[in-house]
Design a protein. Structure first.
Length: 319
């Protein structure tokens, strides 16, 4: 024989209710809301009062962490990056349903001009209906708006918060001071080249590929390319080679770790030889494309490590 039990829980706070709640209105002993399980409803006034109390608690918790622009109010959650004239932080946009965003806050004229330039680049690729631009948009952050704070004379670039991306390649240099494994260098290098491939096909160059501009999702082995203030239209082989060389130096730095001198090529075999050539032979690199380099990396990796396999990248601590 099977006996069915029904848990008597308050739909407001999930607290236990007395049995009489099955057929009459009772007061929840935990949140003091009048409720009945006969219809599983909460009185509108009680729900509104509880919601207002929650909003008041949230406002008190955010006290001192708010950032007000001319159009929206944001509450800082945590700092991501700070330097002279620029603050990058995660924040919640204070609306009925708070939305997590990334704020780039410029406090001087030079940094404000860079944010304006980045915003114009993002707008260009958002408006481009070409296939290469569509593929590139998957490999760069989504900027939503450029707002201003007239009271503080600041510019604020608002962009999408990439939840699964834990840190940049610069953070990897700190987290892994002895360098990363050569197997991880393969997918990191290929992801950066993937973004550069579609960027170059659009007739643009990045001109500022650096470890702090490579955002990493270590769980799914994905990357986003950041730092678009210096991007420009330039179809010359020399400009494209500069991007490819910078990408190679980023991988070389990740392999070497956090060193104070020029990072050595801590990678042997065919992959190490290819990385060395990309860093040193600019004339040869000018004859290559990002897609051609990707093919060579795959060939070198198969020669050095055998068939491809997924190896977890646990350089970022998870709680």
């Amino acid at each position: 024989m099977t006996i069915a039990f029904k848990a008597l829980q308050c739909p407001q706070c999930s607290g236990a209710l007395p049995r009489v709640a099955l057929w009459k209105w009772v007061e929840c002993p935990w949140c003091h809301t009048t409720v009945t399980l006969g219809e599983e409803t909460v009185r509108r006034k009680d729900f509104l009062d509880a919601w207002l109390r929650l909003c008041e608690l949230q406002r008190n918790a955010r006290s001192g962490r708010q950032l007000q622009t001319d159009t929206h109010t944001y509450s800082r959650v945590h700092s991501i990056f700070t330097r002279t004239g620029l603050e990058v932080c995660a924040a919640d946009r204070e609306t009925t349903y708070p939305q997590r965003v990334v704020l780039h806050v410029a406090s001087d004229a030079v940094t404000s001009a860079r944010l304006l330039r980045s915003w114009s680049v993002h707008q260009h690729f958002q408006a481009d209906s070409g296939t290469s631009a569509a593929m590139l948009r998957l490999r760069m952050p989504r900027a939503w708006a450029l707002e201003s704070d007239s009271a503080q004379q600041r510019s604020v670039l608002v962009s999408h918060y990439p939840r699964l991306f834990e840190g940049t390649l610069a953070d990897v240099l700190v987290a892994a001071p002895s360098g990363i494994d050569a197997g991880h260098a393969v997918w990191l290098w290929r992801r950066v080249l993937g973004a550069l491939r579609y960027l170059h096909e659009c007739g643009w160059v990045h001109a500022q590929v650096a470890p702090e501009h490579v955002l990493i999702n270590s769980r799914d082995h994905l990357c986003l390319l950041l730092g678009w203030s210096q991007a420009r239209t330039d179809a010359s082989a020399r400009a494209r080679a500069h991007d490819l060389s910078q990408a190679a130096w980023c991988i070389r730095a990740a392999l070497a770790g956090n060193v104070d001198v020029e990072p050595p090529v801590r990678c042997s075999g065919a992959l190490g030889a290819l990385l060395q050539r990309c860093c040193d032979d600019t004339a040869w690199l000018a004859t290559q494309s990002a897609a051609a380099l990707d093919v060579q990396i795959v060939t070198a990796a198969q020669s050095d490590f055998g068939p491809p396999k997924f190896v977890p990248f646990n350089v970022f601590s998870r709680t």
